[in-house]
Design a protein around this ligand. Structure first.
Ligand code: ADE
Length: 232
């Protein structure tokens, strides 16, 4: 069992690289991938760069080139659900792409022919995450994550995404990674720690809390790797 761990930004994978062993850096498809060991499991870690295009590329490379069997995503997100506070952990039950829009042709928001509005995460990985959270007494929330190629810092846009998709959190890579994994039948799990509230203060909060929240997410993902390693 080889486990891919993907982030979008360097800050999202640095806390992982600090804790894994036998790290070997490999350059491929104009990106860096780190093969390593953690708790007896083989892992491949990378940051994709920000957005749907780069993250889809990295997810595909982790699966097709590095032959990973499952994919765990670790990073930060903006909160849409008011109950989510900075540092809170949320995993996606399902994901949508909020800026995919051909409603001009009568299709629902987030839908294109032969696609689907929501991609659902793997139930077994969700069960493992719940088990880890329970064992470690970590609060872990479940919700719908909306992905798009914009950093959202507007209460109006946030409200629209909430109304249209019922989304709880917003980020820029989850759906594209989910779509690649779904297409290739690779179980995936998308975890995010809240860095901002996608409001007027979002860019300021993001800069302030990125590292701290990224570490909260990365630490949880490593706990999951330990559990996944045990059952494989
Ligand atoms: N990732 C973290 N915060 C975000 C926001 N406000 N919009 C989009 N992606 C994010």
């Amino acid at each position: 069992m080889k486990i891919a761990i993907l982030g979008a930004m360097p800050e999202e994978i640095e806390p992982l690289l600090e804790k894994v062993n036998d790290v070997k850096k490999i350059e491929y498809a104009k990106n860096s991938y780190y093969e390593a060991k953690y708790a007896g499991a083989d892992v491949v870690i990378a940051y994709s760069k920000i957005g749907c295009t780069f993250s889809a590329l990295s997810a595909a490379m982790l699966i097709e080139h590095f032959k990973c069997d499952i994919l765990l995503f670790s990073g930060v997100a903006g909160a849409i659900n008011e109950a989510l506070k900075i540092g809170d952990l949320i995993y996606a039950s399902k994901l949508c792409k909020h800026d995919l829009d051909i409603t001009a042709f009568g299709y629902p928001p987030g839908y294109v022919p032969e696609g689907k509005v929501f991609v659902e995460a793997d139930q077994k990985l969700i069960e493992i995450a719940k088990k880890v959270a329970k064992k470690r007494e970590i609060a872990l929330k479940e919700g719908i994550i909306a992905t798009g190629d914009q950093f959202i810092e507007s209460p109006q846009i946030k409200e629209k995404i909430k109304k249209t998709f019922g989304a709880d959190a917003i980020e820029m890579e989850g759906y594209s990674v989910a779509l690649v994994c779904d297409a290739l039948d690779v179980p995936f799990f998308i975890l995010r720690a809240i860095s901002d509230a996608a409001d007027m203060d979002a860019s300021f909060d993001f800069d302030r809390f990125l590292e701290k929240s990224a570490k909260i997410s990365a630490d949880f993902i490593l706990e999951m790797v330990e559990e996944v390693g045990k059952i494989s």
